[in-house]
Design a protein around this ligand. Structure first.
Ligand SMILES: [Ca+2]
Ligand SMILES: [Ca+2]
Length: 459
């Protein structure tokens, strides 16, 4: 394991060391014992009424035992576990390519007796250090709080496993419940919606969970990471200059010095889609501070070459939609963070560089990626010493394209950028946060669905 990750992990692990884990297990067993006692009492109370009630109570008890088994499972903690006269049987298969296990937990009431009752549950569980996915972790993707930050109401919505866990602070409970009900079935396993069809939005969605190398959204970067997700722009942009819909989104990796509860870019006030929610101070004044890096999917042209505070100043290569690596430009200026060519160590890749790819389309055809179709994006960040290489594939099609447990070698990346960072910036990326940012200018909008997301840190 990488030494920098070791150092960070030691900080993280203080709250989940062996004794804490032991205590958790003890509490779980105590809770289980209490539960068993209640179930036993129920069985006693109902045994005088009917045999059906006894059977029902035993089935419930077996079910709780099976659920408790799932909660107790850790990789390779399989076998038979006895709680008084009852038992939990745990088995597993895997891990699969994503590092996930299929866990089978069976609760057995009075095993080996005539009244033996069983309940079996099978579920997918990840081991330590495995992939962070929407399927397992969607409820840990959060939007910053509006009012304290640059996030607009329509910047991001997270459709997870229940309406309460991810309700944005921007919507009333009833409005959110209604939206969630309408949209939750759209992508199985959860999805993040960016832009939401509203104009003049800017904001971010961050991972805030604790899993593998991440603790409360702070992740030890080590030798880098791999991510894969699918996305669809619902707007069909067949405008010759790609100005019917915009402005695009980023997948961002930023120093953990940023607080995900408040980190969002954008202008100090109003809308400025070309910042993509990545550049700019936001109303909080903090923006998303460097060191940081992202891949931008830029779907609106801003070719102007004025000062980065001015409108239309990103220095885009053409009107064609493009995918590019961005860093932070001049560290003293938040407005140029995604302006191409800005910065020196590192420099944001120029349109002519390998870190920038655009695709022109024939007249009358939808602009690249803004075609209502589902697209795939794979990203790998390789970190060795102070050298960082960010690789991006759009619509990869080879073997292993969505396998984040291994580096992808079947195809050459569409976009690649390699930089050497200063010692200070390199140290600032020992622990990072990751998420998505988006923005749309006044008078324009976008509605982007991100789904089937998986991310794993390289080991
Ligand atoms: Ca467009
Ligand atoms: Ca742009």
């Amino acid at each position: 394991m990488h030494s920098a990750r070791d150092a960070v992990w030691k900080i993280f692990s203080s709250s989940c060391d062996a004794s804490a884990a032991g205590s958790s297990l003890l509490y779980a067993i105590l809770a289980l014992t209490t539960l068993s006692a209640i179930a036993a009492a129920m069985a006693t109370l109902t045994s005088t009424t009917s045999q059906t009630s006894v059977t029902s109570a035993d089935a419930l008890r077996a079910r709780y035992l099976a659920l408790s088994g799932l909660n107790l499972w850790k990789p390779d903690s399989v076998g038979s576990f006895f709680i008084g006269a009852d038992a939990i049987l745990l088995s597993q298969s895997g891990p699969d390519a994503m590092g996930a296990f299929a866990v089978t937990s069976t609760g057995v009431v009075r095993p080996g007796t005539a009244g033996e009752t069983r309940s079996t549950i099978t579920a997918t569980r990840g081991g330590s250090g495995v992939a962070i996915t929407f399927k397992d972790d969607i409820d840990h993707f959060k939007t910053p709080v509006v009012g304290q930050t640059g996030n607009s109401a329509g910047a991001g919505q997270v459709y997870g496993t229940n309406a309460d866990a991810t309700a944005p602070a921007t919507l009333s409970a009833s409005a959110w419940a209604s939206l969630w009900t309408q949209n939750v079935s759209r992508y199985a396993g959860g999805w993040v919606r960016l832009g939401c069809g509203e104009s003049k939005t800017t904001g971010a969605v961050w991972y805030t969970g604790t899993k593998g190398f991440c603790n409360a959204g702070i992740c030890a970067l080590g030798t880098g990471l791999r991510a894969y997700f699918r996305f669809a722009f619902s707007g069909y942009d067949d405008d010759a200059q790609s100005k019917a819909y915009g402005d695009g989104f980023t997948f961002t990796i930023a120093t953990a010095a940023n607080d995900p509860a408040t980190a969002a870019g954008g202008p100090a006030s109003g809308g400025r889609g070309e910042y993509l929610g990545y550049a700019g101070p936001g109303p909080s004044g903090k923006g998303i501070v460097p060191p940081k890096m992202a891949v931008e999917i830029d779907t609106y042209p801003n070719r102007g070459r004025g000062v980065p505070e001015s409108a239309n100043s990103r220095r885009d290569g053409s009107n064609a939609n493009h995918v590019a690596v961005i860093y932070w430009g001049d560290p003293a200026n938040a407005y140029d963070d995604n302006a191409h060519g800005y910065g020196s160590t590192p420099q944001n890749p120029l349109p002519s560089a390998a870190g920038y790819a655009e695709k022109a389309v024939a007249h009358g055809q939808p602009q690249w990626l803004e075609d209502g179709e589902d697209h795939g994006l794979r990203l790998e960040l390789h970190r060795g010493g102070n050298v960082y290489t960010l690789k991006v594939w759009i619509d990869p099609a080879g073997n292993g394209k969505n396998d984040v447990s291994m580096d992808y070698v079947a195809e050459t990346p569409l976009v690649v950028s390699t930089v050497s960072l200063t010692a200070t910036d390199h140290a600032g990326l020992a622990a990072v946060r990751f998420g998505f940012t988006e923005a749309a200018s006044e008078g324009i909008s976008q509605d982007v669905a991100i789904h089937d997301f998986a991310l794993r840190f390289r080991e």
